[in-house]
Design a protein around this ligand. Sequence first.
Ligand SMILES: [Cu+2]
Length: 522
Amino acid sequence: MNILSFIFILLVVLPVWGDWFSTQSPDTCTGPRVRRNWSSLSDADKKNYMNIILKMKQTNVPVRNGMVRSLYNLFVDMHLNAVNTNVWHGTSLFMVVHRWFIYQYESALRYICRVYGSSMTPPITDCCSVALPYWNWEVDYENSTLDSYIPQDHSAVFDTNYLGPAPVPNTVDYTVKGVTINSKSWPTVTALNNNPSPNQFSNGNTAYTLKRWMDSSAVPLTTGPVWIINNINSTANYGTYDGSIEANPHSTPHIWMGFQMETMSSVDDPFFMLHHSNVDRLYALWQDCWDYELVPSSQLTTKQYQALNPISGSTAKVDPFTNRAYDVGIDTPMDYWWRTYSTRGVLTKEDSVIFPQAEWPTPRNMNFIGNATQPGFGGMYYVYGDDNIVSLIQKLSTTSSPFCPLNTKWRLVNVGSSSKRALSSKDKDNRSENDKNCEGNIKSKWDEYKKKGNNDNDAWTQLVAWDCQNTPKIELTDALEAWINMTGLAPELFDRVCDSVSDKWATKHGGNGKGNNGQGHQ
Ligand SMILES: [Cu+2]
């Protein structure tokens, strides 16, 4: 063996820096992980995913000083602890830190597959095909205020056999009773009472069961494909984009699913990871649209990352332990504690064996999820597969397209994984009914505006206005207000072209809905 091939083997086989899971059991897969939309997965893939997460729930790993913790619950702990909770939300860390968080979870999925996959029923033979799926809820949004059919309750992700059903709205018992996910198989870290929102904390309840609410009429899903394309296309700067994503598209599914999903222990619900995979897909779509994936790491500007604390408004987010405003700079390692607590007045932040402080990444590191030929930071290497947003853009687009004109090629999203995975014409179209209807509705409205002789830009402006008018308005409910207070988001971030949440906030609380991001109401 010559020295070059020896070095090559070292590089390929040695664990990737910053990845405890590969240290335990080397991940020898080549090429990127391919994240796909849940409703396009085969039944076998869905079953494999469920077997992996159930095993992850039961598998203990070392955290520190001889203590062990369920690998799944470790992720709940991290999202729940006071410092992470506070700085990960309502600041410009939102998209970057959740990117690293769910990537680590995806590494854990593959780790569980490598160690236990062959003894599962059915056995998983190809752990390299395991990746974090996403829930493309944008196809489940309400695009008509006139009917009583609420598509988000009929999303293809709610399935008794897998992640659990959507509970009937206004039921008495909100416990998830699925075949795979139920109160026995899925004990949660946080116990909640049976009050759906917003004061749902345990109050002596010791039943650690998963619950869901589904109050879609109170908090409708308002960010469909038109809103998303328009937002990507019209927002060139990270700071604005990050705030817009954390508000409506990220918040509303959390709120209308209620219970665990509506608290900082939201990771307790396995939908958290699928939801945040979609949120990260919107980050990747935006980067890809502007070709930011081509900017070298040393040349990033505020376009690709902008340090903002808070993300909007005037009250900085403060570390509850030091009372100092958080620094969320592009080269500041992101807070990534296992837990934080206070005993007899002594405040402690603890990192874990799996996520040692010395290896915490910075926002700069998160701009690169890898490209066609090489992984990004810490071995991070994934793409998103066949994409309904890109597909819609391509259906609407003509040669003088107003959509993502700077994009030379889709590199991070809409990437076919391999011939094995590509949907051939004779394959069943596994997309959900909501997905097909949604695309059809938008396309026919576009055609109507084009037939009237509008150019692309004018047709698009009219389509955006139509889309907003035909989506339910967002009311400032108790649930939404509690969420705004918890995350520190400014009400103005929820504003849409035809619906101002900040005006509703100002009417209720005074002020302009901009500066007061909920501080003082907690
Ligand atoms: Cu979060």
